[in-house]
Design a protein around this ligand. Structure first.
Ligand code: ATP
Ligand code: MN
Length: 472
């Protein structure tokens, strides 16, 4: 058994085997059985190792295999090592297949057929979430996982190739970047004792000597590094105690946040546009098989739609122009349109799908509906906010040029009823070598939903955390 495990070094991933010219060469494979079929002469297995959507077919010639009883436990879900020879496949679905050598299949871990939860039928995504320890073995979750991996790497590549430094911003923080609540508190105070005693907590006794929370954004800290390294980005976990049960909100999700110094709102738009196009192109190129799967089974037409976005020039309009376009359209919305309101999903989709028929970047929103740190425009009414809207999804990126003028920043913090004391270091950064700078945030799971067409955000992250749900 130990000896056989050494095959790990020699065994090939199925993705690589499919690249080989089949000429009876010996090929070892390790993986899990997806399906088992039997005919008079043969047993057929489909083996998958997660490197491809479609597994490799392994064919057993019953007459010449030898002891067939060793294959009794080779059922769906079992882990196997196979010694076989690679031949051209007579079937039209695959180029090559493996002929098992006599007694060449070793069941490393069996899988009782009666109760293996993944039967050969379509399971609902709700059901699969209850068996998250097995769901990556399904076609859809496997494909999502590979796309997620490719996109992570593409994101790093985009920034690394352009000289951005990857910054690890803290997960525990004492500041609320959005000033919007929805934070998870982190504490070592004895909560149940406190509850019994009825006393209010003394935060000086807490671990950090003050209330602290899981981060909702790495932006403020990324700004610190941008003001010394020019171009930086974060890519890490983010937490929001979202009490809403929607198909687009998680309590724990991953966010990408670039931050650029000497960069105004136009520069911000240039980077955002290049960035979206780059990750779409890369995913379409590198995950062709998986993307075809999503196009066929999850969201028809998604390939065309992504291709078009990746090749289009993004429209650039102001919020004021967006409101005018919505008003002039005469269309009926659930939320009536007027200057000063926040754009709802229905408006965003209408702009990108009907009015502009492509990606739209909207800037200069009313200051009342945006965060304190966005740069106040000369009109004193709007701020240098930037939202990027795409068809099917609406907002994919939210960002802004940051307020770099110390006096204006303090004024804005006060106007928003926040305490400048809480942001002393953020303000201090504007004392020493302040400079126009910009950045944006992109929810990673939202982009994966956009690229795969998956309806529920719980199915594009390996282990979703939502209200009342933190299993696995
Ligand atoms: P929404 O209006 O959808 O709740 P938001 O305005 O709260 O989004 P931001 O605070 O701008 O979002 O956060 C930046 C990005 O993080 C969003 O554009 C979105 O892609 C993503 N995001 C925000 N909240 C969540 C969440 N709970 N789960 C997953 N992604 C999220
Ligand atoms: Mn939100």
């Amino acid at each position: 058994m130990m000896g056989r495990m050494n095959e790990h070094k020699k065994s090939l991933r199925i993705r690589d085997i499919f690249q080989l010219e089949p000429k009876n060469q010996e090929v070892p494979v390790q993986g899990w059985i997806r399906t088992r079929r039997e005919s008079k002469q043969n047993i057929f297995f489909e083996i998958n190792d997660g490197s491809t959507l479609k597994g490799i077919q392994v064919v057993v010639d019953k007459e010449n295999y030898g002891d067939l009883s060793s294959l009794e436990s080779a059922n769906n879900g079992a882990a196997v090592e196979v010694q076989g020879t690679l031949v051209a496949s007579p079937g039209k679905n695959q180029r090559s297949e493996l002929l098992a050598k006599p007694e060449g299949i070793h069941v490393v871990g069996d899988s009782p057929q009666e109760n293996y939860p993944l039967q050969k039928k379509r399971h609902s995504f709700e059901f699969l979430r209850e068996i998250a320890h097995l769901r990556p073995r399904t076609n859809t979750l496997g494909a999502v996982s590979r796309v997620r991996n490719t996109m992570s790497f593409a994101i790093h590549r985009f920034f690394q190739e352009r000289g951005f430094q990857y910054i690890h911003t803290p997960i525990i923080t004492a500041s609320d970047a959005e000033g919007a609540g929805e934070m998870f508190q982190v504490t070592t105070l004895p909560i149940s004792d406190l509850a019994k005693s009825g006393k209010s907590p003394d935060y000086q006794q807490d671990f950090f000597g003050r209330p602290s929370f899981l981060t909702v954004s790495g932006q403020l800290e990324a700004e610190i590094y941008a003001l010394s390294m020019k171009n930086v980005y974060t890519f890490g976990p983010t937490f929001r105690a979202e009490n809403s049960n929607t198909s687009r909100h998680l309590a724990e999700f991953w966010m990408i946040e670039p931050e650029m110094a000497f960069c105004d709102i136009d520069c911000n738009m240039d980077v955002a546009e290049d960035f979206i196009k780059f990750i779409l192109k890369t995913t379409l190129e590198e995950r062709e098989e998986d993307m075809n799967f999503f196009n066929q089974w999850i969201e028809k037409g998604i390939l065309d739609s992504l291709q078009r976005v990746s090749e289009s020039t993004f429209h650039r309009i102001t919020y004021t122009e967006a409101i005018k376009a919505l008003e002039d359209s005469g269309a009926k919305f659930d939320y009536p349109v007027s200057w000063g309101m926040d754009l709802q999903s229905e408006h965003e989709k209408y702009l990108t799908e009907v009015v502009y028929k492509g990606p739209v970047m909207v800037t200069d929103y009313p200051k009342e509906i945006k965060a304190f740190y966005m740069k106040l425009n000369d009109d004193e009414k709007t701020v240098g906010a930037l939202d990027v809207l795409v068809p099917r999804l609406g907002e994919i990126i939210g960002g802004s040029q940051r307020e770099h003028r110390k006096d204006v920043l303090i004024r804005r913090i006060q106007e928003m009823d926040l305490d400048p004391e809480d942001y002393w270091w953020y303000i201090d950064l504007r004392t020493y070598g302040t400079v126009p700078h910009s950045g944006f945030g992109l929810g990673f799971e939202r982009v994966i939903q956009y690229v795969t067409g998956m309806q529920n955000i719980r199915d594009v992250i390996p282990f979703p955390r939502t209200v009342n749900s933190a299993e696995f």
